[in-house]
Design a protein around this ligand. Sequence first.
Ligand SMILES: *Cc1c(COP(=O)(O)O)cnc(C)c1O
Length: 463
Amino acid sequence: MRYVSTRGQAPHVGFVDAVLGGLAPDGGLYVPETWPQISAAEIAGFADMPYAEVAARVIGAFAENEIDKADLAEMCREAYGSFTHAATVPLVQLSPGVFLAELFHGPSLAFKDVAMQILARLYDHLLGGQGRNQTILCATSGDTGGAAVEAFRGAKNVKVVVLFPEGRISEVQRRFMTTATETNIACVAVKGSFDDCQAIVKNAFQDKSLRQAVDLSGVNSINFARIAAQAVYYFTTAAALGAPGRRVSFAVPSGNFGDAFAGYVAHRMGLPMGRILVATNSNDILAQTFETGRYARGKLTPTISPAMDIQSASNFERLYFEGVEREATETARAFEAFGKSGAIDVPPKAFAAMRELFRGAAVSEADTARAIVSTFNETGQLVDPHTAVALSALSRAKDIDGPVVVMSTAHAAKFPEAVGKASGVTPGLPRGVADLAARAERFDRLPAEAETIKAYVRAFAEG
Ligand SMILES: *Cc1c(COP(=O)(O)O)cnc(C)c1O
């Protein structure tokens, strides 16, 4: 399987190089040249298979013969063995036809663990085999960093630098990053927003000298392996609810559009679907795009669902590329223009194609809090603010039929203040991490300046 860049100016690479490279050298994102297919019979069979086996099948479809099948199966068993629930991603019914997919039973209590746990094992396997060391630079809106630190701490061939926007993430989120004691981890509080952090990461990747000096790699959802790993739970949850015979829909709290795009990938691989409802908080660039066809950056507003405080959804470029029938020149033009002006119009034909699957909805802070309260009152479940955004969006959505799986992307205890304030009940941390607040923290503070941060990365990687 070969991978091409959405901007068409990078050499085609195999799965391994697409994973280890992260962002393509032309600034585009890697996508597979064709979408591998999974048959209806096989999808039906996923209903009673262990999660790790489905993961090995789905991820294996993208790696083909570049990774030994038995090795991949073992990596998946280990990765999902780190989850505290036997089903890995259990379904919990909330009301007739509405189910939560609990994606938060991994070590950092957020859905990012689902991809990061397997990604770290892939890196270890691939880099060890090549005798190579890499530096991972990662911008986080709160949860990617914690998941990356949990997955990579102590890794022999990888150093990790995490950039997070100072003061814009919850204390529990921060502590999942800053309390790691392993010396291959560095955390940086950046005086800026997540979008600033992400722009610095992009800048670093386009700096050839740095890229080579520290063998830079990325584990943001620009990394295609993460998308592949996230496609897995669309298959497992849909199969559990009767797919492929039944069309299941999904409601996805969305920020960088990685999770929702993984749903698109599952669909392109052969999973029949109703709709994917892309739910955002008041940072509604994606919700607006799917309703109006205009992808336009607004002012960034801090919310109680901070992992979605994003006004530039990296993975949208992948969907755009598909929407314009893989015209790389047009995709490059559009996203270079977006970089400059902050707004582009999706061509009408591409927009119509997107609307076949996607709908968008934005949710206010008050409605997010109301969804936490009503879900608790009606079901006894405490949901985190991100999940609440999706639930609130779903309660208003019109043309979503059939059973709906709501992606529950974080444990409520990751956002104790927001959940406690809305519901009157403060969720407690699970037993394994109950001492998080007592652990010592370690991080540096830097301004949102690309050159300063690149120098820091270079020094850490070489030190
Ligand atoms: C990252 C994250 C999201 C958004 O996922 P994207 O793939 O960036 O769209 C939603 N909820 C939580 C809790 C997250 O950590």
